[in-house]
Design a protein around this ligand. Structure first.
Ligand code: G6P
Length: 605
């Protein structure tokens, strides 16, 4: 998703801007660019390739300057193309980078064309650049405020005017933007990661804010134009991702980091305590009588797994909602709901909007389960649980998912304890299972060679079905999501019981069916579903716990996992599916860590 870096300094900032873009690469992008103030007219370099190529172009052009903005673009309006890459200029005076979507760009474009502005891109951002130009009379902040007042939709922008060499202005509404404060230099960025090594002092802008930056500092005004002081925070950046070491891709590395990431995430869960979720949650946790889980993509699937835990362990009614749907609904609400937003990045636009929607509907009890301490969601909720996955680089989420599951399990057990439905004995058993989890995850990862053999067969297919039941339905959904997003094989998952209501029509000898078969109370039902597939000539690939007695045979391949791992079984079952997607993608030669069209941090609606 689009990433912004900007700097105003007294030294050449091009290397800093390029380095910032490198740090934002993980978000996903299709083009990138950098522009600097120069006497006469701004200069820019843009690239349809990676940031490294942009760096080479900038070096060839001897691009340097004291004030500049840079961008990684994830196309929303206009194809990925050089003329659509940011920074976007207006009349060689105003330079803009933008993250977000301007919903009223069409009428604004018509109005600006009427005023003689010529459009050279298909972007909605060019409207912003020309609008600022139209309002510019020597005061960039005034022009930005006047222009943004006309915008509908979401934006984070960084802007400079070539007439004001040591000034940069930022503004945000709906999309993230952070100010970095350095020594005799000031920065703007989409997230704090972009400025690692440049500063650890940050101000998180609020919706409606504009920031006026010079090398000596920043002045912020709110939506009404009042000067405001936003708190400055010191942010200790998480450990850099380090080298790939023995791994070919970050996704592979992150899959194998899961035992440690889960261990670190649950390390503080001793004993299961409300303190985990920050002080004073005890009273509120006492008061709640149902749970609402909100998330997108993989984070939504972790909510779907956790639903089973909140019901069976904490005996609480649960709703799991896709954030992009919930945010537009008018549900019947209860004041005794614990609203849990689940997010790796803590910046996903739909999840943030769903949280705000819930808050606007009167929900007070909000909790974030998130992997980025300095994220918007962690700031916007009353309570939080920081997962300890470390930085996740691969666009396809893996270790964030399993650490979210670990955190959600701890939350369910904690609520169960508070509500008196989890006995001390059960709590001790859960604790033991959590302790044994990292070793069990390692044992499953050791099965990689068998998964590679499956990947060799499935990589040749165009369609794959996944089946599961209970919590493992969400694992099947996650397995299908992983496969489609990185290998581009069409994959769908269904509750196994629904097979006969439709998907069975798709089953032929050319349709592989992957099944999650834990040795739980539903395994006999699942076996019947598998027979339905076999009877239609379908090929089964079954991930089965030891003890299910599912034997390999004609059209039936089985990978045997350790014995059933109780409520935490879903964490074990997802690992072979992650590896399957990963190896199928490698065989098909896709860009595993940066799959086409996808972004890591989805900061637009
Ligand atoms: C994108 C990522 C997914 C992620 C989803 C939600 O689609 O590619 O991996 O699951 O966003 O992101 P979040 O940061 O909120 O977990």
């Amino acid at each position: 998703m689009c990433g912004i870096v900007g700097a105003v300094s007294q030294r050449d900032i091009v290397p800093t801007l390029i380095e910032g873009l490198r740090r934002l690469e993980y978000r996903g992008y299709d083009s990138c660019g950098v522009a600097v103030h120069r006497d006469g007219a701004p200069r820019r370099a843009r690239s349809m390739a990676r940031v490294n190529a942009l760096a080479r172009t900038a070096a060839d052009m001897q691009l340097e300057g004291l004030t500049g903005i840079a961008h990684t673009r994830w196309a929303t309006h206009g194809l990925p193309a050089m003329q659509n890459a940011h920074p976007i200029f207006s009349r060689e005076l105003i330079a803009v980078v933008h993250n977000g979507i301007i919903e009223n760009h069409e009428p604004l474009r018509t109005m600006l064309i009427g005023r003689g502005y010529e459009f050279v891109s298909q972007t909605d951002t060019e409207v912003v650049a020309h609008l600022i130009h139209a309002f510019y009379h020597g005061d960039l902040l005034a022009a930005v405020r006047a222009a943004t007042a006309l915008l509908h939709g979401s934006y984070a922008i960084a802007v400079f005017s070539n007439d004001e060499p040591q000034r940069m202005v930022g503004a945000r509404q709906g999309s993230p933007l952070v100010v970095g404060i350095g020594a005799e230099e000031s920065f703007l960025a989409s997230d704090v990661l972009a400025l690692e090594g440049s500063t650890d002092r940050f101000i998180f802008l609020e919706d409606g804010d504009s920031a006026d930056l010079t090398p000596s500092g920043v002045r912020i005004c709110d939506r009404d134009g009042n000067h405001v002081r936003r708190p400055e925070r010191s942010v200790v950046q998480p450990r850099a991702e380090g080298s790939l070491g023995e791994y070919r891709h970050y996704m592979q590395k992150e899959i194998f980091e899961q035992p440690d990431a889960v261990a670190q995430t649950i390390a503080e869960a001793e004993p299961l305590s409300t303190l985990l979720f920050k002080a004073r949650s005890r009273d509120a946790f006492d008061a709640i009588d149902n749970v609402l889980l909100l998330g997108c993509g993989t984070s939504h699937y972790s909510g779907q797994v956790a639903k089973h835990w909140f019901e069976s362990i904490a005996r609480l009614p649960v709703q799991v909602e896709i954030a992009s749907e919930y945010r537009y609904r008018q549900p019947v609400e209860s004041s005794r709901t614990l609203v849990v937003v689940i997010s790796q990045s803590g910046e996903t636009a739909d999840t943030l909007a769903a949280l705000k929607h819930a808050q606007a509907l009167g929900h007070e009890h909000t909790l974030a389960i998130c992997n980025v301490a300095a994220s918007a969601m962690m700031r916007a909720t009353k309570w939080s649980f920081l997962t300890k996955a470390g930085r996740e680089i691969g666009v396809a989420s893996t270790k964030a998912f399993t650490t979210q599951l670990a955190a959600l399990f701890v939350l369910a057990a904690t609520l169960g304890r508070i509500r008196g439905v989890v006995t001390a004995e059960q709590e001790a058993r859960y604790r033991l299972q959590l302790d044994e989890l990292p070793a069990a995850l390692r044992a499953v990862l050791a099965l990689e060679p068998q998964v590679i053999a499956w990947a060799n067969e499935l990589a040749m297919c165009e369609h794959v079905l996944f089946l599961g039941r209970g919590p493992h339905l969400a694992i099947a959904l996650e397995g299908a999501l992983k496969l489609k997003e990185i290998s581009y094989i069409h994959a769908e998952a269904f509750p196994a019981g629904e097979l006969k209501h439709g998907p069975l029509a798709l089953v032929t000898s050319a349709m592989p069916v992957v099944v999650c078969a834990p040795n739980d109370g539903l395994v006999d039902k699942l076996k019947s579903n598998m027979e339905e597939v076999r009877a239609r000539g379908g090929r089964l690939y079954v991930i089965a716990d030891v003890g299910t007695h599912i034997e390999p045979g004609e059209s039936m391949s089985v990978i045997e996992l350790p014995p059933y791992f109780g409520p935490l079984s879903s964490l074990l079952h997802v690992l072979p599916l992650q590896l399957l997607a990963y190896h199928a993608a490698c065989i098909r030669g896709t860009d595993v860590d940066k799959p086409r069209n996808l972004a890591k941090s989805v900061t637009v609606d």
